[in-house]
Ligand binder design. Sequence first.
Ligand code: AMP
Length: 125
Amino acid sequence: MSYDDKNVFAKILRGEIPCNKVYEDDHALAFHDINPQAPVHVLVIPKGAYVSMADFTANAPEDLMVGFFRAVGLVADQLDLVEPGYRIMANHGPDSHQEVPHLHIHIFGGKRLGPMLMRNWDGGE
Ligand code: AMP
C-alpha cells in the first residue's frame, strides 16, 4: 500500500489539524487518542511517511527506528505507566481493523486492561 499524505496523522504532523500533544522529539510525536478506549490512550507516530509497522521496519532508516521505539518507552514513562503497567498495540492491515494509514502505536493504561484479545474467538475464521 502506498502512503497517502492526506491521512489524518500526516495532517497532524504538518500542523494542519490540532492534536492534544503529550510528547515530541526529532523522531516521534505522541498525542491523546480522540476516542479513548482506556483512561490513558495515547498514540505515538513516527515523523516519516510510513503506512504501517511492515512499511516502517522494512524501509525506515535506523536512527528513526531507534528514535521512534525509544519515544514509545519515554512516553509511557512520562505518563507514569511503568509501575502500574500498560499495553502497546499497533494495527496493520484489514484483519486488524487499521483505520489510519500512518504507523501508530497505541499506549493503553490507567486501569486493569483485561485479556489481550476478544475471548470469543473459537479457533475458526
Ligand atoms: P487504528 O484503528 O489502529 O488505525 O487507530 C486509529 C486511532 O486513531 C483510533 O483510535 C482513533 O480514535 C484515532 N484518531 C483518529 N483521528 C484522530 C485525531 N484527529 N486525533 C487523535 N486520534 C485520532
